[in-house]
Design a protein around this ligand. Structure first.
Ligand code: ADP
Ligand code: MG
Length: 246
């Protein structure tokens, strides 16, 4: 039986952000390959650069454990937006910024905090990018995940984070695969029209990896690397755990 986790502190939250950086480094080529299929091939490099900048800041600042989560997310947003370009740079940057507002002054994240955290990220993504479900973007994973968090936490008042994220991974994975058959209606992939059909969306894939990293970190692991994927659709075939050095 896994240990039940009902809250995490600033230290653990920083560990999750740093593991997301590790995860994007490990999957940079895969994400670039996905973006190369329906875009310009820079997505993995973009998000990787952004999260590594966040990791560098967290490693440099000796006081992170004393900071509240809102401040950590605010700093993270600023770092991310400084270095991450493309369509995804400002998009993910604003998602982090909106999430930071929901955690202002809070030194612990409780299960129900994820309701506001995810819905604020969704709001930011929709506002900046104007995408809705079905447009083949990050929103195609973020919307069902934000909805599911609300549903589960309101229904099961005593659910713990490990169980919550276990359920969220399933939702994210299912909706990620749905992006394969979608035609892109936003961003660079939309220029391809019908030819964007049949490929998995890189931004939605990144969202899945972020949710997955939350889950793996809560379980004492670093994250995952996609070691095999379909060369036709980009669908994930095989994942491996990243080595834990701690
Ligand atoms: P580009 O290189 O085209 O400027 P990136 O490679 O940084 O963009 O990001 C591509 C990803 O960004 C896509 O896979 C998609 O998920 C996401 N994206 C693009 N446009 C939008 C949008 N308007 N709203 C939400 N997500 C978007
Ligand atoms: Mg790109």
């Amino acid at each position: 039986m896994n240990e039940k986790i009902y809250s995490i502190d600033s230290k653990k939250f920083c560990e999750i952000l740093m593991n997301i950086a590790e995860c994007f480094s490990a999957n940079e080529e895969y994400l670039n390959w996905l973006d190369g299929q329906i875009g310009d091939g820079d997505f993995g490099t973009n998000v990787g650069r952004g999260f590594r900048k966040i990791r560098d800041l967290l490693q440099q600042r000796k006081d992170v454990e004393q900071l509240d989560i809102g401040t950590i997310l605010h700093e993270a947003a600023m770092q991310f937006m400084q270095v991450s370009g493309g369509a995804s740079g400002p998009l993910i940057g604003m998602m982090l910024l909106e999430a930071s507002k929901t955690m202002k002054g809070k030194k612990m994240v409780y299960v129900n905090d994820f309701i506001d955290m995810f819905s604020s990220m969704l709001r930011a993504a929709k506002l900046i990018g104007g995408a809705e479900v079905g447009d083949k973007t990050i929103v195609d994973v973020l919307q069902p995940v934000a909805d599911e968090v609300k549903n589960i936490v309101e229904k099961e008042k005593d659910i713990d984070m490990v169980k919550l994220f276990e359920l969220l991974i399933q939702v994210a994975r299912m909706h990620l695969e749905k992006t394969i058959s979608m035609r892109a209606r936003k961003g660079r992939a939309s220029y391809l029209g019908e030819r964007s059909v049949g490929k998995q969306d890189p931004g939605a894939t990144a969202m899945y990896l972020i949710i997955r990293t939350f889950y793996e970190t809560l379980n004492g692991r670093k994250g995952i690397k996609i070691v095999e994927y379909s060369k036709s659709t980009g669908a994930i075939i095989r994942e491996e755990y990243l080595a834990t050095t701690k």
